[in-house]
Design a protein around this ligand. Structure first.
Ligand SMILES: [Zn+2]
Length: 247
């Protein structure tokens, strides 16, 4: 029987803000088996949810960010983190936890989001972090379905999941008009698809419809993303019909 610990190792990371090294629990990417994705591209993995391990958090100064954003801070950004995070941070144990559960992962991502605000990161970084927080809530709720825990308020988790999802959606809509592609590693077609999926969720079917048409008429979109867009189109058409009926 595979254990989560089989898929992770401790990576030594040098903190770009305080220059100390710490151990970060990291996924052994070679061991990871992808099981496909949810309708909004949230990746699924066998045995371990890699998403939980995507934030590096320095136990000495509190600087935290998704690994892809952890390095490459400007001098000004480092100072902003030192002044607004590190000065108030009490260093914690540098012994990383054996594994990261959803509750801890969500806290780490929220810390990363707070850091991104403090360091005045690009809006795409904040949008992406919010999206991942929402995805973590989704998985946490699924886990609670399987292993109920009466001490947890599910309605609160549900509300938070929606709130971060909405933040991500609103921010990504703005990001595509202000930043250059690739954005968060996504090309225009992938971003159109993500936005279409999010718009569908929030019942903004005209927006979704436009994003889906962009993909279907795109010269650069591959078969896979076009097929996904076609699937989504059915839901969009249904949604638009209902809107018309209610108008
Ligand atoms: Zn540090």
């Amino acid at each position: 029987m595979e254990k989560e610990t089989d898929f992770i190792f401790t990576k030594r990371i040098r903190c770009t803000v305080c220059d100390q090294t710490f151990g970060a629990r990291t996924i052994k990417s070679g061991s990871l088996r992808r099981l496909g994705a949810d309708f909004d591209l949230r990746p699924r993995f066998r045995y371990v949810d890699a998403l939980k391990y995507e934030v590096y958090s320095c136990p000495f100064c509190g600087y935290s960010a998704m690994s892809r954003y952890f390095e490459n801070l400007t001098k000004t950004q480092k100072n902003l983190v030192r002044e607004n995070i590190s000065s108030r941070f009490t260093s914690t144990s540098d012994q990383p936890p054996e594994t990261i559960d959803y509750k801890t992962a969500i806290l780490r991502f929220k810390l990363a989001l707070h850091n991104s605000e403090v360091k005045r990161a690009r809006l795409s970084e904040m949008a992406y972090t919010c999206l991942k927080i929402s995805w973590l809530y989704r998985s946490y709720l699924e886990e609670l379905q399987e292993h109920p825990d009466d001490s947890v308020q599910k309605e609160e988790l549900e509300k938070a999941k929606e709130a971060y999802y909405k933040k991500a959606y609103e921010a990504f809509k703005e990001v595509i008009a202000t930043e250059d592609f690739p954005i968060c590693g996504m090309d225009t077609n992938t971003m159109d698809y993500l936005l279409a999926a999010l718009a569908c969720h929030f019942k903004e079917f005209s927006y979704a419809s436009k994003a889906v048409s962009n993909i279907l008429s795109s010269q650069t979109a591959d078969r896979r993303i076009k097929d996904k867009a076609l699937e989504l189109k059915e839901a969009v058409v249904e949604g638009l019909k209902k809107e018309d009926a209610n108008a």
